[in-house]
Write a protein that binds this ligand. Sequence first.
Ligand code: UD1
Ligand code: CA
Length: 452
Amino acid sequence: MNIVILAAGMGKRMQSALPKVLHLLAGKPLLSHVIDTARQLSPEKLCVIYGHGGEQVPQLLQAKDLVFAKQEPQLGTGHAVAQAVPHLDDNTPTLILYGDVPLTTAASLQRLLDIAGTDKLGILTVNMDDPTGYGRIVRDKGAIASIVEQKDANEAQRAIREVNTGIIVAPTKLMKKWLANLSNNNAQGEYYLTDIVASAVADGVAVVSAQPDHVWETSGVNSKVQLAELERMHQHNIANALLEQGVTLADPARIDIRGTLKCGRDVSIDVGCVFEGDVVLADGVQVDAYCVINNSTIGADAHIRPYSHFENAVVGAECIIGPYARLRPGTVLAEDVHIGNFVEVKNSEIAAHSKANHLTYIGDSTVGSRVNIGAGTITCNYDGVNKSRTIIEDDVFVGSATQLIAPIRVGKGATLGAGTTLTKDAPADKLTVARAKQITVENWQRPVKKPK
Ligand code: UD1
Ligand code: CA
């Protein structure tokens, strides 16, 4: 099939310079949600109609399988679909989606496609307690006769509770003909896509309907209030799916997933955590409150303590991280590594059973196994121009408040005395200390304030 996504509208009620369809839901533009769902249906042609906000939409979302057609000015939904006409294959039906309706499931769309086949006009409809603002489905002896917009409807039509969700599938060749005959002689002076329904009936084409599994699947975003409501709905759905899989969530209303979160068995997640991009938590992982984990993989039985922040990190099995730990891109921790409070690790590998428990920066480093890094240790990896590596071999003991000026190597089993500023490689198995000699000044007197 062909799929056309309407995304030219301006979204005035968003009160924003950003085109409406680029606002984020679960960390991803509204329009990207629709494009991703469309891709699940493997369309031959996928066409996005854009307009308001200039070239931002095609610039941000361009991809090999997408065609962008500009609608300028925006004269209505029928006029919008007409912009896609040159790109549509006549031999396969065309499905119309809205770029500001992000949560429709592929399953509900498939139901509509199945019922419409290749020769019928299909409309996804829902029954609403309050249908105000929507196009009403007018039926004649049960069969759909037309769609009438709120502003054009008479009182009897306004009482109809079955509404047009806007999602329509049509035989393409006929649709092109119907679009060419649209008029804007209506209350809004627009070319209504919905007028193709009456044309189909006049041409003897069957008009059928299908319903989505849930009404929220067809909810659109017109304001920040509606965006926030749909975000909550989406997060609620994801949290429920995790609970169904056996993940323990301290409170399913206090977790945010902006991407995909894969969890093994017996994972538990406390309140306030945010997961971004692709995150994997293996069996038995415990994530404590208020952690932000972005594109990272956490090994089995690891314990992430509160307020930790990870980005592009790999954490091995049985690690204990945090509270207040920061793992930056390129951090790879083997099993049973302990990273404590106010420790930052960047672009570094740390081998099994090593520990850095307090107030430390490990950057551009390779750290061996069973290494103990004392409080306040800093790898000085940057001279203002170049980044250099620090190598700390197995079984090293780094005393507190040590600075390692990279490039530098600390040999296996070496001990660095506390307070050392290491500027030359430290040999294996020996104590290396670099610090000023301690002196005590005899007969020294602390200055005293003169009484006033
Ligand atoms: C439309 C339907 C209405 C349906 C409702 C569901 C028509 C005439 N009416 O009404 O039956 O109940 O959606 O929400 O189709 N757009 C363009 N270019 C335009 C106009 C709109 O790209 O010139 C896009 C908008 O960005 C939006 C979608 O089409 O994504 C729907 O437009 P909107 O103005 O919200 O349509 P409604 O008047 O709400
Ligand atoms: Ca709308």
